[in-house]
Write a protein of this length. Structure first.
Length: 60
């Protein structure tokens, strides 16, 4: 899985001591919910998908 390469790169990066940032934009929420569903985290993916849909519908 590609997560192995990500974790390896993160452990060797200068940002290894900082937490990953949360999704803030509509595009980031879309990518997050799709990623969670592919990874098999269906409940978290559903929650992230509903947050994405809410932001998409009520965006200024």
């Amino acid at each position: 899985p590609s997560v192995i390469y990500y974790k390896n790169a993160r452990l060797n990066s200068p940002w290894k001591d900082f937490p990953a940032k949360d999704a803030r934009t509509i595009v980031e929420f879309k990518k997050r919910y799709k990623h969670l569903l592919v990874q098999g985290h269906y409940f978290k993916g559903l929650m992230a998908g509903s947050a994405y849909l809410y932001r998409k519908l009520f965006h200024k």
